[in-house]
Design a protein around this ligand. Structure first.
Ligand code: KIV
Ligand code: ZN
Length: 510
């Protein structure tokens, strides 16, 4: 029998730590449902002690998900563990993931603790977490730069204290594949009680080696990989789930294990995460990039036509390309609309909300004949993305003509008030943003403006991401529309609303 390789997805926790990628509770639940559908074993839903927003999001995921274990992160301190335990109370199956740094540089400069104090705190944390669940994971942060004898001592102690999964993070993406593989093997061989736990790995991609390091660890006995959709994550990101899963699946001759992932859900998951976070997927990205299965050279095309396997090691349809179902047209009824949304894991709290969405769907169907799942996700994100949406776009006129100065006039709703402004700009989007700024006067710095087509064709909706920065706070806003200037205005307002929303985000990893 082949071993089971546990897939632990941390898109909602480490992935969310990418600057500007913070997600609302509703967005996290939608992604979690997609991960559950895909067969992810463990979903790390967030860091409950980081903020009330994170707590509520982890709780909402825990209360919704039935088929995956839901995990919450906690520093190795009682207060964090209590928050995680409380947030996970409603879960069908819960895991607490607690961590403390073990490298000399972290212990000395960040924690200001001696190695003995670190061991003591790690053990206490496991004992405390057992009040809530037996499913406890421990991570020695910065294991990749920790001293091996000390690492063995800490890990032996936390196994004795009751940890069931030992996760070895290469926190700063420093190790080389061979070296990291050897580290896992050494730990398994040297720690006397290592057979009582599952070894897991969590690799960062600073040197572009996160997937290679994770796979090297699997060859050396790791049986859980922590990863994220599209490789999202702190700095250069984490190991990409789709790459780890497809490497193991494609090379069953090489790996002694396999995952239980239904790979046909991979591309829809990638698009969902990209749409919600506003982080586009580069075209040449393995598995989920638009060019991943496109053959340009004539020789390759000819080869593939004669025999697919001459140049393809995987089938596009096996990872979910072409899986977007043609949904509904302008003649579709409310029930069909509701049931497709339900299949996508989207349910509304009120009938009123469904009605609003149905009207927006009909408007879109008038402009765009074929509506795909991605269009529906964008529509929903657009409508429900900011819980405290304050400013809304009421109308926009943007004028651009060869040889003329572009010009925009906007009307924005502020509660029951209508605010009007107009401006010129270097293009219609610039003019629109300037007009909006005349009203909002936010002084925020525009850090990113990106436009992506959601589906193909010139009638596709454009999805715009706007990243604003003010006083150290960075937020992404999104807007979707078949008119990209309108999508841009919506994205700007969405970012502004988030910037001033009371939902503070913080990641106190000290
Ligand atoms: O990169 C890291 O070390 C982490 C830990 C919290 C597992 O994210
Ligand atoms: Zn990490």
């Amino acid at each position: 029998m082949r071993d089971h390789l546990i897939i632990f997805d941390t898109t909602l926790r480490d992935g969310e730590q990418s600057p500007g990628a913070s997600m609302t509770k509703e967005e996290k639940v939608r992604i979690a449902r997609q991960l559950e559908r895909m067969g992810v074993d463990v979903i790390e839903a967030g860091f409950p002690a980081a903020s009330n927003g994170d707590f509520e999001a982890v709780k909402a995921v825990a209360d919704t998900i039935k088929d995956s274990v839901v995990c919450g992160l906690a520093r190795a301190i009682e207060a964090d563990i209590n928050r995680a335990g409380e947030a996970l109370r409603g879960a069908n199956a819960a895991r607490i993931h607690t961590f403390i740094a073990t490298s000399p540089i972290h212990m000395k400069n960040k924690l200001r603790m001696s190695p003995e104090q670190v061991i003591e705190q790690a053990v206490k944390a496991i004992q405390w977490a057992r009040r809530y669940t037996d499913n406890i994971e421990f991570s020695p942060e910065d294991a990749g730069r920790s001293e091996i004898n000390f690492l063995c001592r800490v890990l032996e102690a936390v196994i004795d204290a009751g940890a069931k999964t030992l996760n070895i993070p290469d926190t700063v993406g420093y190790t080389m594949p061979d070296q990291f593989g050897r580290l896992i093997r050494t730990l398994r061989e040297r720690i006397p009680n290592s057979d009582k736990v599952v070894f897991s790995v969590h690799c960062h991609n600073d040197l572009g080696l996160a997937v290679a390091n994770s796979l090297s660890a699997v060859i050396n006995g790791a049986r859980q990989v922590e990863c994220t959709i599209n490789g999202l994550g702190e700095r250069a990101g984490n190991a990409a789930l789709e790459e780890v899963v497809m490497a193991v699946r494609t090379r069953q001759d090489f790996f002694p294990c396999d995952t239980r992932i239904d790979t046909t859900h991979i591309v829809p998951a990638s698009k969902l995460v990209s749409g919600i976070t506003g982080f586009p997927v580069q075209p040449n990205k393995a598995i989920v990039g638009a060019n991943a299965f496109a053959h340009e050279s004539g020789i390759h095309q000819d080869g593939v036509l004669k025999h697919r396997e001459t140049y393809e090691i995987m089938r596009a349809e096996d990872v979910g390309w072409g899986a977007n179902k043609l949904l509904l047209g302008k003649h579709s009824g409310r029930n069909a609309f509701r049931s497709r949304l339900k299949e996508l894991g989207i349910e509304f709290e009120s009938e009123e909300m469904l009605n609003t969405m149905f009207v927006r769907f009909k408007d879109l169907a008038d402009k765009k004949h074929e509506i795909f799942d991605e269009d529906l996700h964008a529509l929903v994100s657009d409508e429900v993305q900011t819980p405290e949406e304050h400013y809304r776009l009421l109308s926009l006129i943007a004028h651009s003509e060869t040889g003329e100065i572009p010009f925009a006039r906007v009307v924005i709703a502020d509660g029951n008030n209508e605010l009007h402004a107009e401006s010129e700009g270097s293009g219609p989007v610039d003019a629109t943003f300037r007009a909006i700024e005349k009203i909002l006067n936010s002084g925020a710095e525009l850090q990113l403006f990106s436009v992506n087509n959601i589906t193909s064709g010139t009638d596709a909706q454009g999805e715009v991401t706007v990243r604003l920065q003010k006083s150290g706070r960075i937020v992404n806003g999104h807007g979707a529309d078949t008119d990209i200037v309108v999508a841009s205005a919506k994205a700007y307002l969405s970012a502004f609303n988030k910037l001033y929303s009371k939902l503070e985000k913080a990641h106190p990893q000290v």
